[in-house]
Structure formats: C-alpha cells, structure tokens
Design a protein around this ligand. Sequence first.
Ligand code: XIL
Length: 334
Amino acid sequence: TVLAAVTAKKGTFHFGSTYDTFDADQSWFDSVFSTFFRHVVAENGCKWDATEPSQGVSSLTECLGAQSFATQFNNTFRGHNTFWHSQTPSWLPGSFSASQVVGTIIPQHVQAEIQGMGSSVTSWDVVNEVVGDGVSAGMTSLQCVQNKGDWPTVTSDGSGQPLVTDLSFIFAAFKTAFQFAGANTRLAVNDYNTGGAEAKTACVINLIKSIQSNTTIPFNRRVPSLSHLTASTGGFDSKSALASTFSTLAALGVSTMITEMDIEVNADTTPNLRYQAAIWGDYLDACLFASNCFEFINWDPRDDLSWRGSSAAATLFDTNGNPKPAAYEVAARL
Ligand code: XIL
C-alpha cells in the first residue's frame, strides 16, 4: 500500500529548489533544473521588497522571471511569500497605523502579487515566520504570534503592538489570498523549526484552526499548509514525528509540504555527508508517504550559493555543482 501510494504520487509530486534570475552560473541552473529538479521557488524575487518597491506599485519582474525559468523546463512554480517581517520594502516600517496595514496595505499587496502571478502557482506562503521562537505548549494562536519579536518592521509606531492585538493581519492576508489564488493553489502558513513535536508546530496547527474557523474566509475552496522544515545539525525531527504531524493535518483537511530543506553539517567529511544523506532521505520519505504532502523544496541548490554559507555544506550539490550523497539518496526515491 505504501509503495502504491508513493508510485501514484510520482506524477504530481513537486520536488525542486530555489532560483533567482540574478543567480550566477546560469548554465548549471539550466542543466540541474532540466534534469533533477522539477519545481522552482524564487529565493528572493517574490518577496515584498522586490514586488512592491514603491507603495501601490506592483513590480513582478523578478518573480515572473523565476516563474518563466520554471516554465522553460516544464517545471512547476511556487510562491514565496506575500507577508513576512523581513525583506520588507523601505516605505513600510514606521509609516502606517495597524488599521491601515490590515485594511489596505496587506490586501493590496497580496492581491497584486497573487493575481499578477496567475493561477498556476502551486502554493503560496501567505504568511511567513509569524510564530515566535520562545513559544510553549498550550499557548493560543495569538500568544504564539505575539511571541514573535519582529513586528516593528511592519507596524506604525515601532512598538509592534498595534498589529498583534489580534490575528486580523493574518486573516486579512488569507482572505485576500483565497479570493485571488487559483482554484488548486495551496495557501500556506510557513515557518521553520516545525514539523515534529515542537511547540512551534502546535502553534502553527492552532493558527491553521483559527484561520479555518474564521467564517470570513471561504475555506471550502482551499486548504492552507504547514511547511518550512529547516533542519540544522541536531535539530531534526524523526520520520515518525513528521508522520504524526502530517496525519494530524490530514485530519483537519489540510495539506503540508517541506519548503526550505537544508542541513548544515559544517564540514564535508564522508561521515557527515552520509548522515546528511540519511536525514534528507527521511524527510523525503515522510513527505512521500503522507497522503497530504505534495511539495518538497531544497533551499538553495548548491553549497557555494547557500544562504547558510559555503562551509555549512548544507545543500544537495557541492561547490563544483556535483551531486553529494544526499542528492543520490533522494534521487533513488523520485
Ligand atoms: C533567505 C535567502 O536565502 C537569502 O538569499 C536572503 O538574503 C535572506 O533570505 N527563511 C525564509 C527565506 O523564509 O526567505 C530565507 O531566505 C531563509 C529563511
């Protein structure tokens, strides 16, 4: 049954990596995205600073560029992201009241970006990294979000408080996303250090429930997804912990995905690379075996291009662009 489920998925499973139009070594990208990866996300090109550099002016050149790179090789494309506290445009911080941000700024931005990128986008990270790192079990969605320390980058008065007295900014982003996204586009709550039994995972699940119970959002149309499982040394979730979270989400009618996979090992010794390969395989297995996991993104395709730094050796391909053991490990499963 497991093998049949995996086989059935092969045609619809989106396995890919990051790409920006300004990345170096275009010919290497061309070859790896025409042979190995089948799915593309812009590493930076669809973020708020890139897509709305002046207020109310939609600028999708980089985001569309990454999408057409995908299309060129018959690959699919996912969107990252419509709302994040980081890489915001310079006109935003310190300029608007919470009600302006919730009532106008967010809906305008989310609509322009999602509508502009079209209905073929497989999924959007509608809100990115909105849960704090200091959360604990039993916190409400609002407490989880209030625990995040970065709100001053999107609120008016520098204190961060006005925007997070309630969840209205998250609801505003999702409501707009549901209105303008394609009928099959998955809409995600994306966060790192989630996936297994972490308190942050419970926060994301609670947040999804809060979104589901908000009657202004037509949830019968689409489901949001838990995602963004970044693994760094020692911080891994077991296959069974992932499986348990994924099935909790399935029971809520929610799909899931792994959106930013990288594994820091910090020295490319043989034991490290084997260890890295094993963990990578486990994460891919967890996603392939789950009934509701359809996308798997490797964050940065190559060690020397990794945001973790070259010496972290955190990706599937080495600094010469050659496949590492982890690349063979995943290739055997796809
Ligand atoms: C990173 C990019 O990889 C870098 O190029 C950029 O300088 C900073 O952002 N979580 C996210 C991603 O959701 O958008 C971040 O990407 C990595 C952490």
